[in-house]
Structure formats: C-alpha cells, structure tokens
Design a protein around this ligand. Structure first.
Ligand SMILES: *[C@@H]1O[C@H](CO)[C@@H](O)[C@H](O)[C@H]1NC(C)=O
Ligand SMILES: *[C@@H]1O[C@H](CO)[C@@H](O)[C@H](O)[C@H]1NC(C)=O
Ligand SMILES: *[C@@H]1O[C@H](CO)[C@@H](O)[C@H](O)[C@H]1NC(C)=O
Ligand SMILES: *[C@@H]1O[C@H](CO)[C@@H](O)[C@H](O)[C@H]1NC(C)=O
Ligand SMILES: *[C@@H]1O[C@H](CO)[C@@H](O)[C@H](O)[C@H]1NC(C)=O
Length: 186
C-alpha cells in the first residue's frame, strides 16, 4: 500500500554573510547557563523513545556541557550547538528550545520528531543552522523567521509540513531560497 505524502523542502542558504561580527559582548547574565540546563532537561523530557540510549548521558551526575550532542561555548558559558541527528529519537520538540538563547547550530534531522515546530524557535536570534529534515513534523511552517537574523540554512525537507516559504525571509537579499515540493512513498 502506498500513499502519497507531500513533503516540503525549504532550503535557504546564504552566501554573503561574514561581514558583520558583532563583538558587543552581552554580559552573561547570572544563571544563564542554568536556563540552558533547564531547557535541555525539558527538551529531553519530550523524548519518549531513545533506542541508542544517548540521552542517558543527560543526567544530573554529569555537567550538562558534557551531555551527548551538546557543545558549550566557554566565552558566554552557554550552549551553542545541539547536534542529535540520526538517532531514531521519538518525541516532540519542546518549546523550551527557545530558551537556548546562544544556540547557533541545531540539528535533530533524521529522527522521528512529530508535532509542530514550536514558535519559540524564533527566539534563537543567534541561530545559523537549523536542520529538522527527515522527521515527522506536522503543522504549518512558521510564517515569520525574520527574528533569526543570523540564519544561513533552514532544512525542513521530508516532514509533513504545510504552508509557504515565510515571506520576510524570502525577502532577504543575502539569502538564496530554494523551495521544492517533493513526494514520498509510504
Ligand atoms: C554557570 O555560570 C556560573 C556563573 O557565571 C558559573 O559559576 C558556573 O561555573 C557556570 N556553569 C558551568 C557549567 O559553566
Ligand atoms: C550519567 O551519564 C554518564 C556519562 O554518560 C554515565 O556514565 C552514567 O551511567 C549516567 N548515569 C545514569 C544514572 O544514567
Ligand atoms: C523557557 O521557556 C518556557 C516555554 O517557552 C517558558 O515558559 C519559560 O518561562 C522560559 N524561561 C525559563 C527561564 O525557563
Ligand atoms: C500529514 O498531515 C495531514 C494533514 O495534517 C494528515 O492528514 C496526514 O495524515 C499526515 N500524514 C502523515 C504521514 O503524518
Ligand atoms: C521586502 O523588502 C522591501 C524593501 O526592503 C520592503 O519594502 C518590503 O516591505 C519587504 N516585504 C516584506 C513582506 O517583508
């Protein structure tokens, strides 16, 4: 039995970028890293199945900067990368992800995340790379990614998303936008 499932691919890559490197260092607010730790634990709490057991390293006896897939920036003492692709993780994306405010790289591609893309993701104003492709994410593509000032790549392919390419994003002249409707046999 094969059903036709439309999935949407939205790939945005910027070529021009390296010009602006704001060195205005935000004074790291006390407890900012505690916010990160809480956000990571909330993220973990939404994962219902973890066949490889990678999330067991996310426990209280280990500092969160050593948790699997987590990269910690020494400068601001905050989480900068969350890299968890190809792990068959089942669950949904916690809105608390939006509290990882120094996150630059988020890759949870090739898992079994379902539910919607939390709008809180737009709080990640330092995010450059967002990889959500090859999951089971549903709902609409957020209409407005414009708070993601640094974004270079958004990869949403092979999900069950609907909607259109966010207009304000498509309007940024430094970005290359490719959108293709692909199909998938199930
Ligand atoms: C979190 O920040 C506090 C205060 O800035 C610092 O003392 C502590 O070492 C930091 N924790 C980690 C894991 O870096
Ligand atoms: C916590 O994580 C460490 C590092 O991966 C692991 O060795 C340890 O067994 C974990 N503890 C629990 C209770 O899962
Ligand atoms: C983190 O995010 C959640 C959900 O978006 C929010 O309710 C919470 O107040 C945020 N802040 C902290 C410090 O956890
Ligand atoms: C995809 O989304 C549509 C509409 O939300 C739903 O009817 C359909 O069952 C979904 N398909 C899969 C494979 O999740
Ligand atoms: C696109 O950019 C132009 C020029 O900067 C601006 O006037 C217009 O409002 C923008 N459109 C959207 C939908 O953001």
């Amino acid at each position: 039995m094969s059903s036709f499932v439309a999935s949407l691919c939205l790939c945005i890559s910027a070529i021009l970028l390296p010009l602006v490197y704001s060195t205005s260092s935000v004074a790291s607010t006390n407890g900012g890293n505690e916010t990160d730790r809480v956000a990571l634990l909330k993220f973990k709490a939404k994962i219902t199945h973890d066949p490889f057991g990678v999330m067991t390293s996310w426990n209280h006896s280990v500092n969160f900067c050593e948790w699997y897939g987590v990269t910690y920036g020494r400068r601001h003492q905050r989480v900068t990368h969350l890299n968890l692709p190809y792990l068959n993780l089942v669950g949904s994306i916690s809105p608390h992800i939006g509290n990882l405010s120094f996150l630059r790289y988020l890759n949870i591609a090739n898992n079994i995340f379902s539910g919607e893309i939390p709008l809180e993701i737009r709080s990640l104003c330092r995010l450059k790379y967002l990889y959500l492709s090859y999951n089971s994410i549903t709902g609409k593509i957020p209409e407005d990614f414009s708070p993601l000032l640094e974004i270079e790549i958004i990869s949403l392919a092979r999900n069950n998303l609907s909607g259109v390419i966010p207009h304000p994003l498509a309007n940024l002249s430094s970005l290359k936008v490719h959108a293709t409707a692909t199909s998938q046999d199930n």
